[in-house]
Design a binder for this molecule. Structure first.
Ligand SMILES: CC(C)(COP(=O)(O)OP(=O)(O)OC[C@H]1O[C@@H](n2cnc3c(N)ncnc32)[C@H](O)[C@@H]1OP(=O)(O)O)[C@@H](O)C(=O)NCCC(=O)NCCS
Length: 173
């Protein structure tokens, strides 16, 4: 497995695979901001917004690749920009293709995201995930993240059902 940090240029060359990754996650029920009706054009447009934030230095996007060079997953770090928050970053959109799950891709992406966070001087990571996300709560627990709490009816699953989230944090030593 290879993990790479996307630049705007390398992201653009992989936009088709990134779009497919987002669509795959939603199709398999992930509550990641989109409903089941998401179109390929909407998914592609989402990545355009992410590339803009990579360009202005407020976001890190990592990609995981298999031995054949195919994208298997991706993860993001949103770097808090306010003067009082520059020790903090939010883990966002950790996505692994359904066909590639349970082979350590997600864990490796998180390890590398933590390395990237440290390199940006970030000592506190936080994230929220849907309680409906199969295995996500166990996944973050295993990686040493602490549950800060849960908010009912936080967001809709792709099928429209409102579900609570779980908020996690981790202090980077
Ligand atoms: C959550 C997600 C990123 C995990 O990726 P992954 O590559 O499958 O994770 P790993 O293989 O590194 O799993 C590490 C451990 O987490 C736990 N885990 C992961 N998925 C699990 C599941 N579906 N059910 C139970 N435990 C799970 C297991 O303990 C696993 O170890 P094991 O396979 O040896 O039992 C992936 O399922 C995914 O993309 N889900 C959809 C999007 C999402 O919910 N993202 C997170 C919130 S933004």
């Amino acid at each position: 497995m290879k993990i790479e940090t996307f630049t705007v240029e390398t992201g653009a060359t992989r936009r088709g695979e990134l779009t497919a990754l987002l669509l795959d996650a939603v199709a398999h029920g992930a509550s990641i901001g989109f409903m089941a009706e998401i179109t390929p054009a909407e998914a592609a447009a989402y990545w355009g917004g992410i590339f803009a934030e990579i360009s202005d230095g407020t976001r890190v996007l990592l990609g995981a690749f298999d031995g054949a060079g195919r994208l298997t997953g991706a993860a993001q770090l949103a770097l808090a920009a306010r003067p009082n928050s520059r020790h903090r970053a939010e883990v966002q959109k950790l996505l692994v293709f359904h066909s590639a799950r349970r082979h350590g891709v997600g864990s490796e992406l998180m390890t590398r995201l933590e390395t990237a966070a440290r390199a940006h001087g970030r000592t506190l990571l936080f994230l929220d995930t849907s309680t409906g996300a199969a295995g996500a709560v166990k996944f973050y627990d295993r990686l040493g993240y602490t549950v800060a709490g849960s908010i009912p009816d936080w967001a809709a699953n792709p099928d429209g059902r409102l579900v609570p989230n779980v908020i996690f944090y981790k202090r980077l030593g």
